[in-house]
Design a protein around this ligand. Structure first.
Ligand code: KIV
Ligand code: ZN
Length: 389
Protein backbone atom coordinates (compact mmCIF):
# COMPACT_ATOMS: atom_id res chain seq x y z
CA UNK A 1 0.00 0.00 0.00
CA UNK A 2 1.30 3.46 -0.89
CA UNK A 3 1.44 6.38 1.59
CA UNK A 4 -1.82 8.25 2.12
CA UNK A 5 -1.43 11.94 1.25
CA UNK A 6 -3.97 14.07 3.09
CA UNK A 7 -5.66 16.73 0.99
CA UNK A 8 -6.11 19.96 2.94
CA UNK A 9 -8.41 22.25 1.00
CA UNK A 10 -8.05 25.96 1.67
CA UNK A 11 -10.38 27.30 -1.05
CA UNK A 12 -12.55 28.87 1.63
CA UNK A 13 -9.62 30.61 3.37
CA UNK A 14 -6.57 31.20 1.12
CA UNK A 15 -8.66 30.78 -2.05
CA UNK A 16 -11.06 33.42 -0.83
CA UNK A 17 -8.09 35.80 -0.52
CA UNK A 18 -8.06 35.90 -4.31
CA UNK A 19 -9.14 39.42 -5.32
CA UNK A 20 -12.90 39.41 -5.96
CA UNK A 21 -13.46 35.90 -4.57
CA UNK A 22 -15.08 36.71 -1.24
CA UNK A 23 -18.02 34.46 -0.37
CA UNK A 24 -20.81 34.60 2.16
CA UNK A 25 -21.61 31.79 4.59
CA UNK A 26 -24.29 30.22 2.37
CA UNK A 27 -21.91 30.10 -0.58
CA UNK A 28 -19.13 28.67 1.57
CA UNK A 29 -21.47 25.97 2.84
CA UNK A 30 -22.33 24.91 -0.71
CA UNK A 31 -18.64 24.52 -1.51
CA UNK A 32 -17.93 22.81 1.83
CA UNK A 33 -20.62 20.19 1.09
CA UNK A 34 -18.95 19.49 -2.24
CA UNK A 35 -15.56 19.16 -0.51
CA UNK A 36 -17.06 16.65 1.93
CA UNK A 37 -18.62 14.75 -1.01
CA UNK A 38 -15.17 14.68 -2.62
CA UNK A 39 -13.74 13.21 0.56
CA UNK A 40 -11.03 15.81 1.21
CA UNK A 41 -9.31 15.24 4.55
CA UNK A 42 -9.26 18.81 5.86
CA UNK A 43 -11.30 21.92 5.08
CA UNK A 44 -9.70 25.18 6.11
CA UNK A 45 -12.98 27.01 6.57
CA UNK A 46 -11.71 30.50 7.38
CA UNK A 47 -9.86 32.89 9.68
CA UNK A 48 -12.41 33.25 12.52
CA UNK A 49 -11.07 36.42 14.12
CA UNK A 50 -11.00 38.28 10.81
CA UNK A 51 -14.76 39.02 10.70
CA UNK A 52 -18.10 37.87 12.20
CA UNK A 53 -18.92 36.38 8.77
CA UNK A 54 -15.78 34.25 8.78
CA UNK A 55 -16.46 33.14 12.35
CA UNK A 56 -19.97 32.08 11.34
CA UNK A 57 -18.72 30.25 8.25
CA UNK A 58 -16.23 28.21 10.27
CA UNK A 59 -18.91 27.42 12.85
CA UNK A 60 -21.52 26.38 10.27
CA UNK A 61 -19.06 24.29 8.27
CA UNK A 62 -18.09 22.55 11.51
CA UNK A 63 -21.70 21.35 11.76
CA UNK A 64 -21.82 19.74 8.32
CA UNK A 65 -18.31 18.29 7.97
CA UNK A 66 -19.12 15.00 9.70
CA UNK A 67 -16.68 12.81 11.53
CA UNK A 68 -14.18 12.01 8.79
CA UNK A 69 -13.36 15.53 7.60
CA UNK A 70 -11.30 17.82 9.83
CA UNK A 71 -12.35 21.47 10.00
CA UNK A 72 -9.57 23.96 10.45
CA UNK A 73 -9.50 27.63 11.46
CA UNK A 74 -6.53 29.91 10.82
CA UNK A 75 -5.00 32.14 13.48
CA UNK A 76 -1.95 34.30 13.98
CA UNK A 77 0.25 33.31 16.90
CA UNK A 78 -1.89 35.54 19.08
CA UNK A 79 -3.91 34.36 22.11
CA UNK A 80 -7.11 36.19 21.14
CA UNK A 81 -7.04 34.70 17.61
CA UNK A 82 -6.65 31.23 19.09
CA UNK A 83 -9.50 31.71 21.58
CA UNK A 84 -11.85 32.93 18.84
CA UNK A 85 -10.89 30.07 16.50
CA UNK A 86 -11.46 27.55 19.30
CA UNK A 87 -14.91 29.02 19.89
CA UNK A 88 -15.81 28.92 16.18
CA UNK A 89 -14.62 25.31 15.94
CA UNK A 90 -16.76 24.07 18.84
CA UNK A 91 -19.34 22.73 16.38
CA UNK A 92 -16.79 20.50 14.58
CA UNK A 93 -16.33 16.83 15.39
CA UNK A 94 -12.70 17.07 14.26
CA UNK A 95 -11.46 20.59 14.97
CA UNK A 96 -7.96 21.82 14.11
CA UNK A 97 -6.35 25.15 14.95
CA UNK A 98 -3.82 26.34 12.36
CA UNK A 99 -1.48 28.80 14.02
CA UNK A 100 1.91 30.23 13.21
CA UNK A 101 4.00 33.18 12.14
CA UNK A 102 6.45 34.41 9.53
CA UNK A 103 9.91 32.87 9.72
CA UNK A 104 11.89 34.40 6.84
CA UNK A 105 14.38 37.24 7.50
CA UNK A 106 12.05 39.77 5.86
CA UNK A 107 9.00 38.62 7.83
CA UNK A 108 10.91 38.63 11.13
CA UNK A 109 12.67 41.95 10.52
CA UNK A 110 10.15 44.01 8.54
CA UNK A 111 6.74 42.61 9.47
CA UNK A 112 6.95 41.14 12.95
CA UNK A 113 9.98 43.00 14.38
CA UNK A 114 11.07 39.86 16.20
CA UNK A 115 14.43 38.24 16.76
CA UNK A 116 14.74 34.57 15.93
CA UNK A 117 14.65 33.66 19.63
CA UNK A 118 11.53 35.75 20.19
CA UNK A 119 9.85 34.08 17.20
CA UNK A 120 10.63 30.64 18.62
CA UNK A 121 9.18 31.68 21.99
CA UNK A 122 6.03 32.93 20.29
CA UNK A 123 5.67 29.72 18.29
CA UNK A 124 6.01 27.56 21.41
CA UNK A 125 3.48 29.65 23.29
CA UNK A 126 0.94 29.61 20.41
CA UNK A 127 1.10 25.86 19.93
CA UNK A 128 0.83 25.17 23.67
CA UNK A 129 -1.99 27.66 24.05
CA UNK A 130 -3.93 26.14 21.13
CA UNK A 131 -3.45 22.65 22.59
CA UNK A 132 -5.47 23.81 25.60
CA UNK A 133 -8.51 23.97 23.31
CA UNK A 134 -8.04 21.20 20.72
CA UNK A 135 -5.93 18.06 20.30
CA UNK A 136 -5.05 18.81 16.69
CA UNK A 137 -2.79 21.85 16.20
CA UNK A 138 -1.06 22.68 12.96
CA UNK A 139 1.90 25.07 13.08
CA UNK A 140 2.70 27.10 9.97
CA UNK A 141 6.11 28.62 9.34
CA UNK A 142 5.04 31.36 6.96
CA UNK A 143 7.51 32.11 4.15
CA UNK A 144 9.50 29.01 5.07
CA UNK A 145 10.52 28.88 1.41
CA UNK A 146 12.74 31.94 1.91
CA UNK A 147 13.80 31.24 5.49
CA UNK A 148 17.22 30.42 6.78
CA UNK A 149 17.21 26.60 6.83
CA UNK A 150 19.04 26.39 10.15
CA UNK A 151 16.44 28.62 11.80
CA UNK A 152 13.62 26.66 10.14
CA UNK A 153 14.95 23.45 11.71
CA UNK A 154 14.99 25.15 15.14
CA UNK A 155 11.50 26.63 14.99
CA UNK A 156 9.97 23.43 13.62
CA UNK A 157 11.74 21.48 16.35
CA UNK A 158 10.25 23.85 18.93
CA UNK A 159 6.74 23.52 17.47
CA UNK A 160 6.94 19.73 17.47
CA UNK A 161 8.18 19.69 21.07
CA UNK A 162 5.40 22.08 22.08
CA UNK A 163 2.77 19.65 20.78
CA UNK A 164 2.06 20.47 17.13
CA UNK A 165 0.43 17.52 15.37
CA UNK A 166 1.09 18.93 11.89
CA UNK A 167 3.90 21.20 10.72
CA UNK A 168 3.21 23.27 7.63
CA UNK A 169 6.13 24.37 5.45
CA UNK A 170 4.74 27.04 3.11
CA UNK A 171 6.42 28.55 0.10
CA UNK A 172 4.30 31.63 0.71
CA UNK A 173 5.77 33.69 -2.12
CA UNK A 174 6.10 30.90 -4.68
CA UNK A 175 9.84 31.53 -4.85
CA UNK A 176 11.27 28.02 -4.83
CA UNK A 177 12.23 25.58 -7.55
CA UNK A 178 11.47 21.86 -7.32
CA UNK A 179 15.14 20.99 -6.91
CA UNK A 180 15.59 23.06 -3.75
CA UNK A 181 12.20 22.78 -2.01
CA UNK A 182 12.09 19.03 -1.47
CA UNK A 183 15.56 19.08 0.05
CA UNK A 184 14.28 21.40 2.78
CA UNK A 185 11.62 18.84 3.69
CA UNK A 186 14.16 16.04 3.60
CA UNK A 187 16.48 17.92 5.94
CA UNK A 188 13.64 18.58 8.40
CA UNK A 189 12.87 14.87 8.44
CA UNK A 190 16.51 14.08 9.10
CA UNK A 191 17.15 16.71 11.78
CA UNK A 192 13.95 17.35 13.77
CA UNK A 193 13.47 14.94 16.67
CA UNK A 194 9.99 13.48 16.84
CA UNK A 195 9.02 14.65 13.35
CA UNK A 196 8.17 11.07 12.40
CA UNK A 197 5.18 11.35 14.75
CA UNK A 198 3.73 14.48 13.11
CA UNK A 199 2.34 15.17 9.67
CA UNK A 200 4.54 17.27 7.38
CA UNK A 201 2.37 19.55 5.28
CA UNK A 202 3.27 21.75 2.30
CA UNK A 203 1.52 24.89 1.19
CA UNK A 204 2.87 26.27 -2.06
CA UNK A 205 1.98 29.31 -4.12
CA UNK A 206 2.13 29.72 -7.87
CA UNK A 207 4.08 32.93 -8.45
CA UNK A 208 6.52 31.15 -10.77
CA UNK A 209 4.00 28.56 -11.94
CA UNK A 210 5.71 25.92 -9.74
CA UNK A 211 3.09 25.29 -7.05
CA UNK A 212 2.09 21.81 -8.22
CA UNK A 213 5.67 20.76 -8.93
CA UNK A 214 6.82 21.96 -5.50
CA UNK A 215 4.03 20.11 -3.71
CA UNK A 216 4.90 16.88 -5.51
CA UNK A 217 8.60 17.36 -4.85
CA UNK A 218 7.77 17.77 -1.17
CA UNK A 219 5.71 14.57 -1.24
CA UNK A 220 8.62 12.75 -2.81
CA UNK A 221 10.75 13.96 0.08
CA UNK A 222 8.38 12.91 2.85
CA UNK A 223 5.48 15.38 3.08
CA UNK A 224 2.14 13.64 3.64
CA UNK A 225 -0.28 16.56 3.46
CA UNK A 226 -0.81 19.01 0.59
CA UNK A 227 -2.62 22.32 1.07
CA UNK A 228 -4.41 23.38 -2.07
CA UNK A 229 -7.45 25.06 -3.57
CA UNK A 230 -10.02 24.27 -6.25
CA UNK A 231 -8.98 25.87 -9.55
CA UNK A 232 -5.75 27.01 -7.86
CA UNK A 233 -7.60 30.04 -6.51
CA UNK A 234 -5.61 32.18 -4.09
CA UNK A 235 -3.52 35.27 -3.36
CA UNK A 236 -1.71 36.76 -6.41
CA UNK A 237 -1.00 33.90 -8.86
CA UNK A 238 -2.86 31.49 -6.62
CA UNK A 239 -2.26 28.36 -4.57
CA UNK A 240 -1.49 24.79 -5.52
CA UNK A 241 -4.39 23.50 -7.58
CA UNK A 242 -6.21 20.62 -5.87
CA UNK A 243 -7.26 18.94 -9.11
CA UNK A 244 -3.69 19.00 -10.43
CA UNK A 245 -2.01 17.43 -7.41
CA UNK A 246 -4.76 14.86 -6.94
CA UNK A 247 -4.60 13.72 -10.57
CA UNK A 248 -0.79 13.80 -10.68
CA UNK A 249 -0.71 11.56 -7.61
CA UNK A 250 -3.33 9.30 -9.16
CA UNK A 251 -1.30 8.95 -12.35
CA UNK A 252 2.15 8.65 -10.73
CA UNK A 253 1.19 7.13 -7.40
CA UNK A 254 3.59 4.23 -7.64
CA UNK A 255 6.62 6.39 -8.40
CA UNK A 256 5.66 8.77 -5.60
CA UNK A 257 4.63 5.97 -3.24
CA UNK A 258 1.47 7.97 -2.65
CA UNK A 259 -2.29 8.02 -3.01
CA UNK A 260 -5.16 10.29 -1.96
CA UNK A 261 -8.73 9.35 -1.07
CA UNK A 262 -10.29 12.13 -3.15
CA UNK A 263 -13.23 11.07 -5.33
CA UNK A 264 -11.78 12.32 -8.60
CA UNK A 265 -15.00 12.13 -10.63
CA UNK A 266 -16.25 15.07 -8.51
CA UNK A 267 -13.40 17.36 -9.63
CA UNK A 268 -15.12 18.99 -12.61
CA UNK A 269 -18.26 19.64 -10.60
CA UNK A 270 -16.20 21.23 -7.81
CA UNK A 271 -14.35 23.42 -10.29
CA UNK A 272 -17.58 24.68 -11.89
CA UNK A 273 -19.18 25.30 -8.53
CA UNK A 274 -16.26 27.41 -7.29
CA UNK A 275 -16.12 29.28 -10.56
CA UNK A 276 -19.82 30.09 -10.59
CA UNK A 277 -19.93 31.10 -6.93
CA UNK A 278 -16.82 33.31 -7.05
CA UNK A 279 -17.43 34.60 -10.57
CA UNK A 280 -13.80 33.79 -11.40
CA UNK A 281 -13.54 31.97 -14.72
CA UNK A 282 -11.21 29.05 -15.21
CA UNK A 283 -8.73 29.62 -18.03
CA UNK A 284 -9.73 27.34 -20.96
CA UNK A 285 -6.36 25.59 -21.09
CA UNK A 286 -6.23 24.94 -17.32
CA UNK A 287 -5.01 21.40 -16.59
CA UNK A 288 -7.73 18.87 -15.65
CA UNK A 289 -10.73 21.23 -15.44
CA UNK A 290 -10.26 23.81 -18.22
CA UNK A 291 -12.85 23.84 -21.03
CA UNK A 292 -10.15 22.64 -23.45
CA UNK A 293 -8.59 20.00 -21.19
CA UNK A 294 -10.07 17.21 -23.35
CA UNK A 295 -10.63 19.14 -26.62
CA UNK A 296 -8.72 18.28 -29.77
CA UNK A 297 -8.40 20.75 -32.57
CA UNK A 298 -5.69 19.82 -35.06
CA UNK A 299 -6.30 17.25 -37.79
CA UNK A 300 -3.39 15.03 -36.73
CA UNK A 301 -4.55 14.90 -33.10
CA UNK A 302 -8.19 14.36 -34.06
CA UNK A 303 -7.26 11.50 -36.34
CA UNK A 304 -5.21 9.92 -33.53
CA UNK A 305 -7.89 10.33 -30.83
CA UNK A 306 -10.57 8.90 -33.13
CA UNK A 307 -8.40 5.82 -33.66
CA UNK A 308 -7.46 5.42 -29.98
CA UNK A 309 -8.20 7.95 -27.23
CA UNK A 310 -4.89 7.53 -25.42
CA UNK A 311 -2.85 8.66 -28.43
CA UNK A 312 -3.37 12.22 -27.17
CA UNK A 313 -5.11 11.88 -23.79
CA UNK A 314 -3.51 10.67 -20.57
CA UNK A 315 -6.67 10.97 -18.47
CA UNK A 316 -10.07 9.44 -19.14
CA UNK A 317 -12.44 12.46 -18.94
CA UNK A 318 -14.92 10.31 -16.98
CA UNK A 319 -12.30 9.95 -14.22
CA UNK A 320 -12.60 13.66 -13.44
CA UNK A 321 -16.30 13.91 -14.18
CA UNK A 322 -15.85 15.74 -17.50
CA UNK A 323 -18.35 15.21 -20.31
CA UNK A 324 -15.87 13.45 -22.62
CA UNK A 325 -13.28 14.08 -25.28
CA UNK A 326 -14.27 16.77 -27.70
CA UNK A 327 -13.41 17.16 -31.35
CA UNK A 328 -13.42 20.81 -32.33
CA UNK A 329 -14.10 21.31 -36.02
CA UNK A 330 -12.03 24.13 -37.47
CA UNK A 331 -9.84 24.87 -40.48
CA UNK A 332 -7.18 22.71 -38.78
CA UNK A 333 -9.45 19.63 -38.86
CA UNK A 334 -8.83 16.84 -41.31
CA UNK A 335 -10.99 14.40 -43.22
CA UNK A 336 -11.25 11.90 -40.33
CA UNK A 337 -12.79 14.38 -37.90
CA UNK A 338 -15.29 15.75 -40.39
CA UNK A 339 -16.32 12.28 -41.55
CA UNK A 340 -16.74 11.21 -37.91
CA UNK A 341 -18.90 14.20 -36.96
CA UNK A 342 -21.06 13.98 -40.07
CA UNK A 343 -21.51 10.27 -39.34
CA UNK A 344 -22.69 11.13 -35.80
CA UNK A 345 -25.21 13.52 -37.40
CA UNK A 346 -26.40 10.73 -39.68
CA UNK A 347 -24.69 11.69 -42.96
CA UNK A 348 -22.48 9.35 -44.97
CA UNK A 349 -20.90 10.05 -48.36
CA UNK A 350 -18.90 8.06 -50.87
CA UNK A 351 -15.29 9.21 -51.33
CA UNK A 352 -15.95 11.54 -54.28
CA UNK A 353 -18.92 13.23 -52.62
CA UNK A 354 -17.02 13.52 -49.36
CA UNK A 355 -14.17 15.37 -51.07
CA UNK A 356 -16.70 17.97 -52.24
CA UNK A 357 -18.22 18.18 -48.76
CA UNK A 358 -14.76 18.59 -47.22
CA UNK A 359 -13.89 21.46 -49.58
CA UNK A 360 -17.18 23.22 -48.72
CA UNK A 361 -16.39 22.67 -45.04
CA UNK A 362 -12.95 24.29 -45.44
CA UNK A 363 -14.51 27.36 -47.06
CA UNK A 364 -16.76 27.81 -44.02
CA UNK A 365 -14.00 26.94 -41.56
CA UNK A 366 -11.67 29.59 -42.97
CA UNK A 367 -14.21 32.21 -42.01
CA UNK A 368 -15.00 30.96 -38.49
CA UNK A 369 -13.06 29.98 -35.38
CA UNK A 370 -15.14 26.85 -34.95
CA UNK A 371 -17.63 25.01 -37.18
CA UNK A 372 -20.74 23.92 -35.30
CA UNK A 373 -23.35 21.25 -36.03
CA UNK A 374 -25.77 23.91 -37.36
CA UNK A 375 -23.12 24.98 -39.91
CA UNK A 376 -22.70 21.36 -41.02
CA UNK A 377 -26.45 20.82 -41.31
CA UNK A 378 -26.97 23.87 -43.52
CA UNK A 379 -23.87 23.04 -45.59
CA UNK A 380 -25.14 19.49 -46.28
CA UNK A 381 -28.69 20.68 -47.06
CA UNK A 382 -27.42 23.35 -49.43
CA UNK A 383 -25.30 20.75 -51.22
CA UNK A 384 -28.28 18.37 -51.48
CA UNK A 385 -30.37 21.15 -53.10
CA UNK A 386 -27.57 21.89 -55.58
CA UNK A 387 -27.07 18.22 -56.45
CA UNK A 388 -30.83 17.75 -57.03
CA UNK A 389 -31.15 20.88 -59.20
O1 KIV B 1 0.93 31.20 2.23
C1 KIV B 1 1.00 31.04 3.47
O2 KIV B 1 2.09 30.99 4.06
C2 KIV B 1 -0.24 30.92 4.20
C3 KIV B 1 -0.13 30.61 5.67
C4 KIV B 1 -1.00 31.49 6.48
C5 KIV B 1 -0.36 29.15 5.91
O3 KIV B 1 -1.31 31.00 3.63
ZN1 ZN C 1 -1.02 30.74 1.43
Amino acid sequence: MTRKIAIFDTTLRDGEQSPGASMNTEEKLIIARQLVRMNVDVIEAGFPISSPGDFKSVHEIGKIAGDTCTVCGLTRAVDKDIEVAAEALKSAKRPRIHTGLGVSPSHLRDKLHLTEDEAIERAIHAVKYARNFVDDVEFYAEDAGRSDQEFLVHIIQAAVKAGATVVNIPDTTGYNMPWNFGTRIKELRERVDGIEDVTISVHTHNDLGMATALALDAVQNGATQIECTINGLGERAGNTSLEEVVMAIKMHGEALDAHTDVVTRELTRASRLVSSITGINVQPNKAIVGANAFAHSSGIHQDGVLKARDTYEIIDPADVGAAGSEIILSARSGHAALRHRLGELGYTFDDAAFEDVYNRFLEIADQKKEVFDEDLESMVQERQREVKA
